[in-house]
Ligand binder design. Structure first.
Ligand SMILES: NC(=O)c1ccc[n+]([C@@H]2O[C@H](COP(=O)([O-])OP(=O)(O)OC[C@H]3O[C@@H](n4cnc5c(N)ncnc54)[C@H](OP(=O)(O)O)[C@@H]3O)[C@@H](O)[C@H]2O)c1
Length: 275
């Protein structure tokens, strides 16, 4: 099987970004491993997967818009990726490529740091790729999930696929019926003045936003002002990256503090550039 010196890991996506580069390289440095992580902006996902085989790349993250497109070119899918229908992580082991989905475990770990999920009444906003991963993880953790989505057909389809309730549009959300709300829509991402639940929050809620730019989205700022407990999208991002580092290196616990420092530093840099 081909191999590289140093051991190469990477990310394929439409437009390269530095968040994963910073987090992963910080993890490998903290672990004292001779790994290097590179982000590739590509336009041919089949060729991208072939490059993993040709170059002996140890592990490859997959980001927008290729999380589904890579699937036919892999040798195997783990059960979670198969159920969700999307792959964000390719593990290259003994010449075989296996697809995983760590967005799911990222969301669950981030939420469980704040409260146990079993029996929680959770409103999930969004039915795209992130919404599907979060929905599956919440269901597996025993939460009572209701899906809300701008486009009803997409929200209903997600709810049906995973045996969840569909609550309607975001404007149908009633805070009194829930303990926790997770925003997995793209509303608020790189839009610091957009809260998809404007005027609908209440102080008893635990609120997590999958959007991680800005670090404190308007949803999180409004929630905090009401006294809600909040979880930033960076926490989900960190935990999904920890899952990848653990797969690629075999370590039991990824060095989350070093990874968090690198991620927050990079987000601070991007926010300063945008200001
Ligand atoms: N923190 C993390 O680790 C992590 C990981 C993955 C993704 N994310 C974030 O999760 C979010 C969704 O990503 P994705 O990959 O699921 O995107 P996606 O597949 O394109 O889905 C987008 C979702 O957002 C909804 N939406 C978009 N604009 C909206 C608006 N203005 N108002 C209400 N709903 C709107 C869409 O509703 P329709 O169905 O009506 O179009 C759909 O449900 C993004 O902010 C992304 O950055 C975070």
């Amino acid at each position: 099987m081909p191999s590289s010196i140093p051991t190469l890991c990477g990310s394929i996506m439409g437009q390269p970004i530095r968040f994963n580069v910073r987090m992963h390289n910080a993890a490998y440095a903290a672990l004292g491993l001779p790994y290097t992580f590179v982000c590739f902006g590509i336009d041919d996902p089949a060729a991208g997967v072939q490059a993993i085989r040709t170059l002996g790349i140890r592990g490859m993250n997959v980001s927008m818009p290729y999380k589904q497109a890579v699937m036919p070119y892999l040798d195997a899918l783990d059960a979670t990726a198969r159920e969700i229908g999307a792959v964000n992580t390719i593990d290259h082991r003994d010449g075989r490529l296996t697809g995983y989905n760590t967005d799911c475990v990222g969301a669950v770990r981030a939420l469980q740091e704040a409260a146990p999920l079993a029996g929680q009444r959770v409103a999930l906003l969004g039915a795209g790729g992130a919404g599907r991963a979060v929905a599956y993880g919440l269901r597996e953790a025993g939460a009572r999930v209701t899906v809300f989505n701008r486009t009803a057909e997409r929200g209903e389809a997600l709810a049906q696929d995973f045996g969840l309730a569909f609550g309607g549009a975001l404007t149908d959300f009633d805070a009194a019926a829930f303990d926790t709300v997770v925003n997995a829509t793209a509303a608020g991402f790189r839009s610091p003045d957009l809260n998809p639940l404007e005027g609908r929050l209440a102080g008893h809620l635990l609120v997590m936003d999958a959007a991680f730019l800005p670090l404190r989205t308007k949803l999180l700022r409004d929630a905090q002002a009401l006294g809600c407990r909040t979880i930033a999208g960076t926490r989900m991002m960190l935990h999904q990256a920890c899952g990848q580092v653990e797969l690629y290196t075999g370590c039991e616990h990824a060095p989350i503090e070093a990874m968090e420092a690198a991620l927050l530093d990079e987000i601070g840099r991007v926010e300063a550039d945008a200001a």
